[in-house]
Write a protein that binds this ligand. Structure first.
Ligand SMILES: *[C@@H]1O[C@H](CO)[C@@H](O)[C@H](O)[C@H]1NC(C)=O
Ligand SMILES: *[C@@H]1O[C@H](CO)[C@@H](O)[C@H](O)[C@H]1NC(C)=O
Ligand SMILES: *[C@@H]1O[C@H](CO)[C@@H](O)[C@H](O)[C@H]1NC(C)=O
Ligand SMILES: *[C@@H]1O[C@H](CO)[C@@H](O)[C@H](O)[C@H]1NC(C)=O
Ligand SMILES: *[C@@H]1O[C@H](CO)[C@@H](O)[C@H](O)[C@H]1NC(C)=O
Length: 232
């Protein structure tokens, strides 16, 4: 056993012993700060509950200016403030990322519309849904279908009025009202050719709408990829 292995063995033994004897774990960056400040009883100040961990960005921000007579209390305060528990939801706070939806189908085109709600599309189902952020679920909003052809919406954008503008792979350009009724705005290009299937859209500062059209002609034509993508 070389020195490094011995050290690992001793550390492992100490950790296991500590666990068996019920020594609570401590937060490393706190111990460093605590010692740097010349405080005593750092093992107590920097104690964390078993199963908890500390969100480092939070810790860094919280502890950066700690100094002076209240330092010990302030350090403990930061430990409390920045602790994250064992469950998935809490652990995700460590990265400040929170999973909101667990839909199995692919999602596209997230948009906060003018009514303040978040909307997303499930393009394989041809659906636009409203997201209930509070309860982390989706609410059916509109199913796109024209003359028996189901839509495959890919992009959403706020446009003039309270309408949501939709680029659709199969149905072209659509406009959805707040009550969920919709209409096809464009199905032909300026050469009077069937519009190519659409992907994304954006309004510029002058109010012009720009769309990408990377697919073949829209329904009733069968779906194909475009041979020459165009932007109109
Ligand atoms: C950083 O800490 C200050 C006060 O200590 C607080 O007001 C601020 O919200 C914190 N910022 C972050 C990103 O946590
Ligand atoms: C995790 O983040 C959510 C949303 O910001 C918050 O409500 C919750 O209190 C956080 N949990 C912990 C343990 O910090
Ligand atoms: C769209 O269709 C799905 C399933 O086919 C259904 O669950 C949903 O309620 C429909 N949405 C609307 C707005 O009718
Ligand atoms: C939605 O509102 C429009 C007017 O903005 C109206 O013409 C249409 O009938 C309404 N549709 C439904 C389903 O309520
Ligand atoms: C679409 O494909 C089916 C099956 O290949 C074919 O029978 C039909 O004629 C096609 N429709 C069009 C509009 O090309």
């Amino acid at each position: 056993m070389n020195i490094r292995n011995k050290l690992v063995a001793v550390l492992t033994a100490t950790t296991v012993l500590g666990f068996v004897l019920g020594f609570p774990p401590k937060y490393g960056p706190c111990k460093v700060k605590c010692r740097t400040l010349g405080l005593r009883k750092c093992f107590r100040i920097c104690r964390i509950a078993t199963g908890d961990s500390i969100a480092f960005p939070c810790w860094k921000n919280c502890s950066v200016s700690i100094n002076g007579p209240n330092a010990a209390n302030d350090l403990s305060g930061c430990i409390q403030q920045c602790r994250v528990g064992k469950t998935c939801d809490l652990a995700s706070n460590k990265t400040r990322l929170l999973k909101i939806l667990k839909e199995k189908e692919p999602l596209e085109g997230p948009l906060f519309a003018k009514d303040g709600n978040l909307y997303i599309v499930l393009y394989t189902a041809g659906e636009i849904r409203r997201v209930d952020l509070e309860n982390k679920q989706t609410i059916p909003f509109v199913n796109l279908s024209v003359d028996g052809f189901n839509g495959m919406p890919l992009g959403l954008q706020n446009g003039p009025g309270n309408n949501i503008w939709v680029t659709d792979m199969r149905l072209g350009l659509l406009k959805v009202k707040q009550n969920g009724s919709f209409e096809q705005v464009a199905t032909k290009d300026n050469q009077n050719e069937p519009l190519q299937g659409l992907n994304d859209l954006t309004f510029d500062y002058h109010g012009n709408l720009w769309i990408t059209a990377p697919y073949g002609p829209i329904a009733p034509q069968n779906f194909t990829d475009s041979e020459k993508p165009i932007v109109i």
